[in-house]
Write a protein that binds this ligand. Structure first.
Ligand code: NDP
Ligand code: GUE
Length: 300
C-alpha cells in the first residue's frame, strides 16, 4: 500500500473543536446558543443511528439539539406545519429533514418549505441556485467535508482534472459545483456514462458517490490521484459472525490504495466530516441570523 490515508475522523474532530470554540464565543459574548433541529419521519434503523450521532455531537459542541421523530404515516400537512414552526422558532438556527422521506411525501416541496437561512443541508432551491452562481449560500455538508479534505491534502485544486461519479442533488451535483468553484476541470459521470473506467483514469481527483459497494477498482485509478470515497454501503460480513454486517465504500479500498496518492477510508473518511460540517453550518447560520462575523475556514 502506498497511498496516504486521509483521516476523516481526526479531521472532523478538529473541525468540531473549532465549532465548539465559536459556540463558546457566541454564548459568552452574545448570550446566544446555536440550535439544530433534526426531523426524522418513519423508522429507518440506519437513519436513526445517524440522527442519534448528530444529536450527540451537537450537544458535545455546546449547541442545543431538537429531535423530532414522526411516524412513517405522517401527512404532508403535518410535516409542513412542523417545519413552519421551526422556521419561526428563534432558538432554531438550523433545520435538517432526514432523507429519504417516505414515498407519500413530496421531498422537493418539503425541502423548499424550509427557511433557506436555516437550511443547513443546503438543499433548498435558493441555496442550490446561490451555489451554482458562486454566491454566498449554505453549502451541502457532504461535499463541503470532501472539499475541506481535498484542500488540506492538495493545497490548490486549480487546473486539476476532477471526476465525480454520481449526479445526485445531495452529493454529486453540489460536489461538482464546489470543485468548479476551486477551478478544477470537472466531469460528472453517472449510470449512462460510456467507458467509465477510462473517464476515471483521467482523474487527478476522483470522487465516488454511487452507492454500489466497491464498484471502483484500483485499475480505474490514475497513479497518484486523490480518491474521495463518499459511499456508505452495508454488506454482509460472515467472517465477523452470522448475520453480521460491515461498512464499505464505493471504491475497492485495498486495490485503490496501491495506486492512489491519497484516499479516504470507509468508515472514518467522509462520514464523520459530514456531521462536523453540519455543526459548522449551524454555527454559520446562527452568526448570519444575528448579524455577527462568520467563523473563518468553516465555509466554502
Ligand atoms: N458519507 C456521507 O456522509 C454520505 C454518504 N452517502 C452515500 O453516498 C452514496 C451515494 O449517495 P447519493 O448520491 O444519495 O445516491 P443516489 O442513489 O441518489 O445517486 C447515485 C448516483 O450514482 C449513479 N450510478 C448508479 N449506478 C452507477 C453505475 N453503475 N455507474 C456509474 N454511476 C452509477 C447514479 O446515476 P443515474 O443518475 O444515472 O441513476 C446516480 O447519479 C451512497 O452510498 C450513500 O449512502 C450519501 C450522503 C452522505
Ligand atoms: N437531509 C439529509 N442530510 C444528510 O446529510 C444525509 C441524509 N439526509 N440522509 C442520509 C445521508 C447519509 N449521511 C451520513 C452521514 C454520516 C455518516 C457517518 O458518520 N458514517 C460513519 C460510520 C457510521 C456507522 O458506523 O454507521 C463513517 O463513515 O465513519 C454516514 C452517512 C448523511 N446523509
Amino acid at each position: 500500500m502506498s497511498a496516504t490515508i486521509i483521516d476523516g475522523k481526526a479531521f472532523a474532530e478538529k473541525v468540531r473543536t473549532q465549532v465548539a470554540a465559536h459556540v463558546t464565543r457566541l454564548k459568552d459574548e452574545h448570550g446566544i446558543t446555536p440550535g439544530l433541529a433534526v426531523v426524522l419521519v418513519g423508522e429507518d434503523p440506519a437513519s436513526e443511528v445517524y440522527v442519534r450521532n448528530k444529536g450527540k455531537q451537537t450537544l458535545e459542541a455546546g449547541m442545543n439539539s431538537f429531535e423530532h421523530k414522526l411516524p412513517a404515516e405522517t401527512s404532508e400537512a403535518d410535516l409542513l406545519a412542523l417545519i413552519d414552526q421551526l422556521n419561526t422558532d428563534p432558538a432554531v438556527h438550523g433545520i435538517l429533514v432526514q432523507l429519504p422521506l417516505p414515498a407519500h411525501l413530496n421531498s422537493d416541496l418539503v425541502i423548499n418549505s424550509i427557511d433557506p437561512a436555516k437550511d443547513v443541508d443546503g438543499f433548498h432551491i435558493s441555496n442550490v441556485g446561490l451555489l451554482g452562481t458562486g454566491q454566498k449560500s449554505m453549502v451541502p455538508c457532504t461535499p463541503l467535508g470532501c472539499l475541506m479534505m481535498l484542500r488540506e491534502q492538495l493545497g490548490s485544486l486549480s487546473g486539476l482534472n476532477a471526476v465525480v461519479v454520481g449526479r445526485s442533488n445531495i452529493v454529486g451535483k453540489p460536489m461538482a459545483q464546489l470543485l468548479l468553484g476551486d477551478s478544477c476541470t470537472v466531469t460528472i459521470a453517472h449510470s449512462r456514462t460510456r467507458d467509465l473506467a477510462e473517464v476515471c483514469r483521467r482523474a487527478d481527483i476522483l470522487v465516488a458517490a454511487v452507492g454500489r459497494p466497491e464498484m471502483i477498482p484500483g485499475d480505474w485509478v490514475k497513479p497518484g490521484a486523490t480518491v474521495i470515497d463518499v459511499g456508505i454501503n452495508r454488506i454482509p460480513a460472515p467472517e465477523k459472525g452470522e448475520g453480521k454486517m460491515r461498512l464499505v465504500g464505493d471504491v475497492a479500498f485495498a486495490s485503490a490504495a496501491e495506486v492512489a496518492g491519497a484516499i479516504t477510508p470507509v468508515p472514518g473518511g467522509v462520514g464523520p466530516m459530514t456531521i462536523a460540517c453540519l455543526l459548522a453550518n449551524t454555527v454559520t447560520a446562527c452568526c448570519r441570523a444575528n448579524g455577527l462575523a462568520e467563523p473563518e475556514g468553516l465555509t466554502a
